[in-house]
Design a protein around this ligand. Structure first.
Ligand SMILES: Nc1ncnc2c1ncn2[C@@H]1O[C@H](COP(=O)(O)OP(=O)(O)O)[C@@H](O)[C@H]1O
Ligand SMILES: [Mg+2]
Length: 264
């Protein structure tokens, strides 16, 4: 296997509503401001990352026709309104891809195969995959294609339980040889509420178990973050001075720094 100069990262958690899409969209935005080139791959048929970056859903424009060999991956990559951010969009039909992928012989490697084709161009520093909120074939084949995973976790009760599910999945993908080098890039605590004791308790508990894997940066609950998607903009651009935007910019710095350490 060749060493990739692009790092492929899946943002995952089988739970919905934990901040995966928000993290993909805003980490991409914040990285672009650090002059990094990013390809976002929207793997959720809900297409929230697609609309969150200002693109309309278009029938037939997703990884689906690529996986089934009807289109070339290079032709499906779209520019976004933002410099340095490109996207492979999603749309509802991507749900149908689950079945088609399942029929393929090496079905866990189909996403990886397409990503490898993209990477030969060598133009991206990072590929960020927005995973759907369920352990299906789309999520599993995304994890099979990733170098590492950012686990987004909401600061709430039962967060830890969800984490053990995904860690088990990672172990299976490693042990089965599907993706022996898959690692956890980091655990990101989201929707931190300064007014509640619960948020601090959850962060403390996760740190106790996972130590340095947990990002120092914690994303606060911030109303501007939840408003930005309806304007089709990352909060980083929608309201650059908001606490949410600043948090994601600090995260991007921590992410890049961590990554430079890893590769040294
Ligand atoms: N830090 C935050 N503060 C406030 N609202 C948030 C925050 N992060 C996400 N949200 C909102 O919560 C909802 C779920 O977030 P989303 O990123 O779509 O989660 P997922 O992709 O895991 O399903 C969305 O409406 C989003 O705008
Ligand atoms: Mg999502």
């Amino acid at each position: 296997m060749s060493v990739r100069s692009t790092r492929v990262i899946a943002v995952a958690n089988q739970k919905g509503g934990v901040g995966k899409t928000t993290t993909v969209v805003n980490l991409a935005a914040a990285l672009s401001l650090l002059d990094k080139t990013v390809l976002v791959i929207d793997l959720d048929p809900q297409a929230n990352a697609t609309s969150g970056l200002g693109l309309a859903q278009q029938p037939g424009v997703s990884l689906y026709p690529v996986i089934t060999g009807r289109m070339d991956v290079a032709d499906i990559i779209q520019p976004t309104p933002y410099l340095n951010i490109n996207i492979i969009p999603s749309e509802l039909d991507l749900a149908g891809a689950e079945i088609e992928i399942a029929r393929e012989e090496n079905h866990l490697s189909v996403v990886r195969r397409e990503i490898d084709r993209v990477l030969t161009a060598g133009v991206f520093d990072y590929v960020l995959m927005d995973c759907p909120p369920s352990i299906g074939i789309l999520m599993t084949s995304s994890l099979a294609a990733a170098d590492s995973i950012i686990v987004a976790m909401q600061c709430e009760y039962y967060a830890m339980e969800g984490l053990s599910v995904i860690i088990h999945l990672i172990e299976q993908l490693r042990a089965s040889g599907v993706n022996p080098n898959l690692s956890i890039e980091g655990i990101l605590m989201t929707m931190f509420d300064v007014r509640t004791r619960l948020s601090s308790d959850v962060v403390a508990e996760v740190r106790e178990h996972f130590g340095d894997l947990v990002y120092d940066t914690v994303i606060p609950r911030n109303v501007r973050i939840s408003e930005a998607p309806s304007f089709g903009q990352p909060v980083v651009f929608f309201d650059p001075q908001s606490r949410g935007a600043l948090a994601y910019r600090v995260l991007a710095e921590e992410f890049v720094e961590r990554h430079t350490k890893l590769t040294r």
